[in-house]
Every structure is written in structure tokens, then in C-alpha cells.
Design a protein around this ligand. Structure first.
Ligand SMILES: *Cc1c(COP(=O)(O)O)cnc(C)c1O
Length: 407
């Protein structure tokens, strides 16, 4: 139990020490620059900023003069970086942002097609439909992927024609390649379904201009997280060029899903948007270069890296099928050696998801990827003593104490 602030400090210090000695390959995490972090400590975190959707200057609470100005200026930065005419920053995470879109756009009985958990979907609508009152109103089906882990366009088209969804959500937690948003826009117009894009993972790559911007490609609406490949504070957003849609989303969000929208994160988000305007293109380019180099390095030591026919990855993610070599639970095994990554959370497959955002932020480049592949190989395949591998992990990460692509 904590008895004094010193106890808190000691535990936080232990955490920092531990994490700075880990090699973080978790694709949904990132390292935020010290400058951006410094903006998390502000008075906004103790204030209420509830507002009327599409008319944010009408605030429920008094005392919002500068909060309104700050939030609106941050909206302007979001619009510039993500190309949406309307922005909502009230979702406190990508999941809530997605919920607001789903609940706003659907009527009882409507069908959603999304990415399944088996294909590294996030589980946005599927898990919600396990709540019995939701499955009476929302139906969910899943899109197919090809053997390189790209959306199977022909199968999806046939599925859409047969099943008539109201909403198709592209984007998942294992996105290797840009989704076919542009290809499905004409079909959406023909059949009258909406295209939403869950950008939670690839927000930073979109901000860097490397990943196609889904709104430019024809998505009706985009939502996501601000803390995965985008190196900002934890939070969510929704953006679109469709006024009516954003009105519905905003009115679903607030006051049903959120009232206090955790305003303390807005200054840090604004700082990270400025940071990405400056460094985003170079950062995104290095991320993809690192992904490709790490995929090649892992193949060299004998791993089966997915997406080979398409160059392994155009994102911050690579997927390794360690099926033949490793029993379920590779992430927990690697954790012993202070290498952090993800495996299939259901434990159904021994697939490993590796992300390159954080190592790129720490300044690692293509030539450092061989060393990472070796460490993974020694831990997972050679089953070397975890302590021995961990000490080499520490030695590697100690060479990268800085934050790259940052103010
Ligand atoms: C992480 C993730 C989410 C949820 O985002 P949070 O910010 O954790 O709430 C939603 N969709 C996808 C595809 C994700 O990967």
C-alpha cells in the first residue's frame, strides 16, 4: 500500500527503469517526446468542456473562454493534417470513437462488415454484439483477407452484394497494406452503404503522408487513436467531410458516451500535431523502411513473415507466423527476455505482431534490425536463457536513449 508520495515515486521510477530496458515492439504503443509529455500537465484536466456538436463555442459550462479557443485551434490542426472538414476530439480513445460512429450511423437490424479478430481486427462491433441487447439491433460479419494479409477485394465485393451491409469498416490492428477504400467507393455509391475507416493503428503514417489518406480515397468517415503510430497522448478522434454524419456522431458521443472529455490531453495532442507536421514525413518513411528491413532480417533467421509477395509491409506492423517453431504464447515468452510484442490474444494461433513505431522513435534504422531479429531468434527458437538475452536487449536499447523525429 502507498503511504507517501515517495512510495508512488519509487514505483514510477521502477516502471521507467524497467521499460527503458525493454525493447518495445508493441505495435499499438509509442514513445511520446518529452516536450509533448510536458503539455499533459495543465489546468484543462480539471475543467468541463461539454459543447453543442457543430457549434462548440456554445459550451454548457462557464469559464470555457480559453478552453474553447484551444480546442478549436487543435481542431484546425487536425483538419489540416487529416484532411477532414469536421473534427470531433471528444472520444477519449479510438474504441469510443468507433462506437460513436457505429451507433450514430446504424438503425436496428443493420449489418456491419468489419475485420475479424482472426485477421487482427480490433473487435469493435463483434464484441459489442455479444452484449445481448446490442445483438438484437446490430449484426456483424467479417471481410476476408488473402494469403498476404491484404483485403480480398473480389470476395468482399461478392459479400457486400449478397449481404447488403449498411456500413463497411476498413482498418484493423494488423494492417500491413493500405485497404481498398478507393476501389469500393463506386460500389458504396451504387448500393448506398457507408465506408468508415478505423485508422487507430495507422494514424501516424497517414499524418506523415505515406499511407493513403482514407478521406481522400473516398471513406465517408475516419476515426482512430492518437497514440499508436501517431506519437501523441492517449486519445481518440473522428473526422469527416460529411456535415450530417458528424452531427449524428457528435450527438451520439455526447452526452451518451462521454461528458467530461479529458481535456488535459488536448494541449499535448496539439503539440504532437505540430511535431508531426515537422517530422511526420521522415518519421513515417523510416518506420516503413524499418518494417521491411526487420521482416527480411527475421526471414533470414528462418521465421515465416507474412505478406512476402507484397514486400512484407507498408506500415509499422509485421506479422510472423511462428506456427511451425513455437507453441502458443510467444509474447509472454519474449517478455521474459524484455522483448515486448503481441501475439493473438485469444491464444488460438502462434502469430506474432511486431511494431516498429517506438524503435523508430528511439532512432533505430535499417542496419539495427538484424540485431533485433537475432534477439528474437535466440529467445524463441534457440530458447536461450531469458536473463542472458535480456542483458543483450538492455545493451542494444542503451544505445538509443534519445527521441528521434521530435521537438
Ligand atoms: C487500438 C484500436 C482501437 C481502440 O483504440 P483505443 O485508443 O485503445 O480505444 C480501435 N480499433 C483498432 C483497429 C485498434 O487497433
Amino acid at each position: 500500500m502507498f503511504k507517501s508520495l515517495g512510495d508512488l515515486d519509487a514505483l514510477l521510477e521502477q516502471h521507467d527503469e524497467y521499460r527503458s530496458n525493454c525493447l518495445n515492439l508493441i505495435a499499438s504503443e509509442n514513445f511520446t517526446s518529452m516536450k509533448v509529455r510536458s503539455y499533459l500537465d495543465n489546468d484543462f484536466g480539471n475543467r468541463y468542456g461539454c459543447y453543442a456538436t457543430l457549434n462548440p463555442s456554445v459550451r454548457d459550462y462557464t469559464g470555457n473562454k480559453y478552453i474553447n479557443e484551444f480546442e478549436m485551434a487543435t481542431h484546425e490542426l487536425m483538419k489540416e493534417v487529416f484532411h477532414g472538414e469536421y473534427v470531433d476530439l471528444r472520444p477519449i480513445g479510438g474504441h469510443m470513437a468507433g462506437m460513436s460512429v457505429v451507433l450514430a450511423l446504424l438503425d436496428p437490424g443493420d449489418l456491419v462488415i468489419e475485420v475479424s479478430l482472426e485477421n487482427w481486427g480490433h473487435g469493435l462491433v463483434g464484441p459489442m454484439c455479444q452484449v445481448s441487447h446490442f445483438n438484437k439491433t446490430i449484426n456483424v460479419k467479417y471481410m476476408a483477407f488473402d494469403e498476404d494479409r491484404a483485403v480480398d477485394i473480389a470476395k468482399l465485393e461478392a459479400q457486400i452484394r449478397a449481404e447488403k451491409p449498411k456500413l463497411v469498416i476498413f482498418g484493423g490492428s494488423g494492417t500491413l497494406f493500405p485497404e481498398p477504400v478507393r476501389q469500393f467507393r463506386p460500389l458504396a455509391d451504387e448500393l448506398g452503404f457507408y465506408i468508415a475507416y478505423d485508422a487507430s493503428h495507422v494514424t501516424g503514417l497517414i499524418a506523415g503522408g505515406l499511407f493513403p489518406n482514407p478521406l481522400d480515397e473516398g471513406a465517408d468517415i475516419m476515426f482512430g487513436s492518437t497514440h499508436k503510430s501517431f506519437p501523441g497522448p492517449q486519445g481518440g478522434f473522428v473526422t469527416s467531410n460529411n456535415r450530417d454524419m458528424m452531427k449524428k456522431v457528435g450527438e451520439t458521443l455526447s452526452p451518451s458516451l462521454v461528458t467530461s472529455h479529458h481535456l488535459f490531453r488536448i494541449p499535448a495532442l496539439a503539440a504532437s500535431l505540430l511535431e508531426m507536421k515537422t517530422y511526420g514525413p521522415a518519421y513515417a518513411k523510416q518506420i516503413v523502411a524499418n518494417s521491411k528491413a526487420l521482416a527480411v532480417a527475421l526471414e533470414k533467421v528462418g521465421f515465416n513473415v507474412l505478406g512476402k509477395n507484397r514486400g512484407f509491409s507498408e506500415s509499422h506492423i509485421i506479422l510472423v507466423d511462428a506456427g511451425a517453431q513455437v507453441k502458443a504464447g510467444p509474447a509472454k515468452h519474449l517478455e521474459q527476455a524484455q522483448i515486448l510484442c503481441s501475439d493473438d490474444f485469444s491464444g488460438a494461433s502462434p502469430e506474432i505482431r511486431i511494431g516498429t513505431s517506438e524503435i523508430t522513435r528511439r532512432g533505430m534504422k535499417e542496419e539495427d534490425m538484424d540485431a533485433i531479429a537475432q534477439l528474437i531468434y535466440r529467445s524463441l527458437i534457440l530458447k536461450e536463457d531469458a536473463g542472458v538475452v535480456a542483458s543483450d536487449v538492455k545493451a542494444l536499447v542503451a544505445k538509443f536513449p534519445d527521441v528521434a523525429f521530435a521537438f
